[in-house]
Design a protein around this ligand. Structure first.
Ligand code: ZN
Length: 110
């Protein structure tokens, strides 16, 4: 799905405004760091960013893409049906949000 993107100024930075599928508006701001990708495709995240975002060794990180952006985010299980990260529970080794679980319950009752 192609998302709308407009250019805005935020805290002195010119940034792209992105509307994420949750309806949340996020400004992308340069972190002031440029790193080279090594021959295996790895990039070292600066310690300051790992500390700021509480990323520790072994923590799962999800890679998201949006247009020509690659976004790293702390991994949170998503609903297998709608992709929501809100009120997600594990059920038979899959994740379901409470809304989809409720929809399934309603289907079963009909
Ligand atoms: Zn769902």
């Amino acid at each position: 799905m192609e998302l709308p993107s407009e250019t805005y100024t935020c805290n002195g930075f010119v940034s792209d405004l992105h509307i994420i599928d949750t309806g949340e508006v996020k400004f992308l701001k340069p972190a002031g760091v440029v790193r080279k990708v090594d021959q295996l495709g790895r990039i070292v995240l600066p310690k300051s960013l790992r500390k700021r975002y509480q990323m520790n060794e072994g923590d799962p990180v999800e890679i998201l893409v949006q247009g020509d952006h690659i976004i790293l985010e702390r991994y949170r299980p998503r609903c297998v049906f709608c992709g929501s990260i809100n009120e997600v529970s594990e059920f038979k080794e899959r994740y379901l949000c409470s809304e989809c679980m409720s929809d399934m319950y309603q289907l079963r009752r009909n």
